[in-house]
Design a protein around this ligand. Structure first.
Ligand code: SF4
Ligand code: NI
Ligand code: NI
Length: 707
């Protein structure tokens, strides 16, 4: 069979090529030359995952490559062997790529991404598990023409598919102004061997979220097949190495669809579809990816791919709020007769009456009625405005409430986008995402100054009432906490428990979010748990919570203490926003974030620290957290609370801003406490920051020893 033969010959070619490059590199740099990818805790992830060897130097690679050649490359042509040939090809590609990164080289220049660092993977954990990103496609080769190729890519972006692009398809997208890059969940990896960065991305999901140990080959493969919903689209002429790589994908459970004729298809695994209108859909079907289609009658593309898009001032046709004009957004629960379902009203000028480059006031009022709606859900629903509007290509939304700031880009305007269309997007998304709590929804958009000023009073009253209610929501004031097991699709043993004063470690699920989501899907990932008897008031341990966690962690976690990180702390899946670690010499703790790539006083970067905890295991002294947890009055109280914080990156201080200062005052540490916390400008080792802490008389230094 042509395909199997290709896989065999391709594997021979790829491994030989890897051998030649390796020999050359050893000659040039010496066998002791260190080899590693930047910003990962998993060395060379393909090798770490499949065979677990600790690769430190390029000399370590020679026996590995040798072994995989002897064990895997098999001439007898059948599917099993073709997959083994594919596996060998993955090793070869990993070796070839890793050699490009010697001596700290940064081989890939913009727009190419090359290797994708761990923090990027962690960032996409939640959208991948909650279905915002329903699947992953790797598009390799060169499409028949740029226009139809761009259309194929945009079609997949609109469906929320995470994309990896390899070869000329990247240039074709650029030519057609398709938005690509990490911000668009579309990674232009580079040229052919760079396809391995999609593979080592996938394997790291198993290592980081799945808790799969290094070298557990069978489990790693099973994880990929079961949990990573990826497929390959091969465009343009194939060659033997590409065949071999495609069987490498098949070895991981990922099918390939190609626009080329295939003499003998392998149903569900290797199929041909020359029609570009159908090829994406076939790939999704072959991998069993289900897409919820929401038809929104607006002239721009709507999808999570455009959430990260920024619109600069010079590219904005018109903007609203952000301190330049009065603005607010408000979701209100209403009575049935107050809401006319689907109604959109614009009060004030439409976009045609707004000159290019102008600033207008804006009020967005979303009125919802639902039999199961609760006033508590208003805030949860209101925060969605940000995401829904950002999903629009050419739309940009930041902040919230009466701080919100919107830009409509010139190209959105050129495409015919109207102010009214904001209402179309909101109505369609609310109705599709929240059918259980929203029966009717209407949107009023106000661009008239005097009406905005009148209605904003109402909004401000509502915000104040909501904040007062939130303040009263403490861990003690409720009997019920909520579980979150959303991440179990990636981290099967991990259970988050979300309380009013502890947001989920991803930062995306608060107690109210979990409550609303339970109302929407009673059998879903957020279950109410009656706390039951408290078995340890200091460390924060409850009988019922522990029973729930034990039963839902595949019986791996017996006890979780809510209020300490030093003994039976909450587990982490892997998508934490921040991670905290004990600093013994400073008698305190440090926190670093996904955004901060630099070294920290723990001696490890975020990626390295993250690699030590995750996958649903408890690691005393280390814990993944949501950033907001730092300002909670239940921040590790058993360990001494906020006073233990001795270091965090500047970025995090700025992000938390006034909230951190307020929390310090509330804890009796004084507003000045924040200035006693060291950051990277003070130092990145314990030795460097200790004198600073002493000089500032940091309270942690006088506290009981942590260990
Ligand atoms: Fe995942 Fe926990 Fe966030 Fe739920 S709360 S999405 S389980 S990290
Ligand atoms: Ni956008
Ligand atoms: Ni997670």
């Amino acid at each position: 069979m042509e395909l199997f033969k290709g896989a065999y010959e391709g594997a021979v070619t790829a491994t030989s090529y890897a051998e030649i490059l390796l020999a050359k590199a050893i000659k040039e740099h010496g066998a002791d030359c260190p080899v590693k990818y930047p910003n990962t805790a998993y060395r060379l992830p393909v090798i770490t995952s499949l065979s677990g060897e600790e690769v430190n130097t390029i000399g370590d690679l020679a026996p590995i490559l040798n072994r995989i050649r002897t064990t895997n490359i098999r001439e007898e042509l059948n599917l099993e062997n073709a997959k083994l040939n594919g596996e060998a090809t993955l090793y070869a590609a990993e070796v070839i790529e890793a050699l490009r990164y010697l001596n700290g080289a940064q081989p890939d220049q913009y727009p190419y991404t090359g290797f994708i660092a761990d923090p990027v993977i962690r960032k996409f954990g939640v959208p991948l598990v909650d279905g915002t990103i329903p699947g992953v496609a790797v598009i390799v080769g060169k499409g028949k023409d740029s226009k139809s190729t761009a259309k194929l890519v945009k079609g997949l972006q609109a469906k929320g598919i995470m994309l990896f692009l390899v070869n000329e398809v990247i240039e074709q997208c650029i030519e057609e102004n398709v938005k690509i890059g990490a911000d668009f969940i579309t990674f232009p990896l580079g040229n052919f061997t760079q396809v391995i960065h999609a593979v080592n991305f996938a394997f790291r999901a198993g290592l980081a979220f799945g808790g799969i140990p290094a070298g557990a080959r069978e489990r790693a493969i099973e994880y990929q097949a079961k949990r990573v919903l990826a497929f390959v689209i091969q465009l343009g002429p194939n060659d033997v190495v590409k065949y071999a790589a495609e069987f490498g994908a098949m070895f991981m459970g990922f099918p390939t669809v190609t626009d080329q004729p295939v003499a003998e298809e392998i149903p569900d695994w290797y199929q041909s579809e020359p029609d570009y209108e159908k090829i994406g859909k076939l790939g999704l079907e072959m991998r069993g990816i289900k897409i919820k289609i929401v038809d929104i009658p607006v002239p721009i593309t709507i999808g999570p791919a455009f959430e990260g898009e920024t619109i600069r001032k010079k590219d904005a046709y018109v903007e609203f709020g952000g301190g330049r004009s009065t603005s607010f957004e408000l979701v209100r629960m209403c009575e049935a007769d107050e809401v006319e379902d689907g109604k959109i009203q614009v009060i004030g000028p439409e976009i045609d009456e707004m000159p290019e480059g102008s600033v207008f006031p804006l009020g967005i009022m979303v009125d919802v009625y639902g039999r199961k709606m609760q006033e508590d859900f208003e805030g949860v629903l209101e925060r969605r405005v940000h995401y829904f509007i950002n999903y629009g290509e050419g739309l940009w939304h930041v902040a919230q409430r009466n701080m919100m700031w919107i830009r409509i880009g010139k190209n959105a305007h050129a495409a015919g986008f109207k102010i009214k269309d904001l209402g179309e997007i909101l109505i369609a998304k609310y109705k599709s995402d929240y059918p259980a709590i929203i029966d009717r929804v209407q949107v009023t958009i106000i661009t008239d100054q005097s009406v905005v000023e009148e209605k904003i009073k109402l909004a401000i009253e509502k915000y104040a009432a909501r904040d007062a209610r939130l303040k009263g929501l403490t861990d003690e004031s409720v009997d019920t906490y909520y579980s979150c097991t959303l991440c179990q699709s990636f981290a099967p043993n991990h259970v988050c428990v979300v309380s009013p004063e502890r947001v989920g470690l991803c930062g995306a699920v608060s107690w109210l979010d979990a409550k609303a989501s339970n109302e929407i899907t009673p059998t879903g990932p957020n279950q109410p748990i009656d706390k039951g008897e408290c078995t340890d008031t200091v460390k924060g341990s409850w009988k019922n919570l522990n029973e729930f966690i034990y039963a839902n962690s595949n019986r791996t976690v017996e006890n979780v203490n809510f209020y300490t990180m030093m003994e039976d702390p909450m587990t982490s899946c892997g998508c934490f926003e921040a991670i905290m670690a004990i600093l013994p010499m400073c008698n305190g703790i440090m926190i670093t974030t996904r955004e901060h790539s630099g070294d920290t006083p723990s001696g490890m970067t975020f990626s390295a620290l993250a690699g030590t905890c995750g996958g649903g295991v408890q690691t005393p002294g280390f814990m993944g957290i949501g950033r907001r947890y730092l300002t909670s009055s239940k921040f590790i109280p058993a360990d001494g609370g906020m006073a233990r914080i001795v270091w965090m990156p500047k970025e995090l201080k700025e992000y938390l801003g006034q909230d951190l200062i307020d929390a310090a005052e509330r804890e009796g540490l004084g507003a000045d406490f924040v200035n006693k916390i060291a950051d990277e400008t003070v130092g990145i080792t314990e030795e460097e920051i200790l004198p600073f802490l002493e000089e500032k008389q940091h309270p942690a230094l006088k506290m009981d020893p942590m260990m």
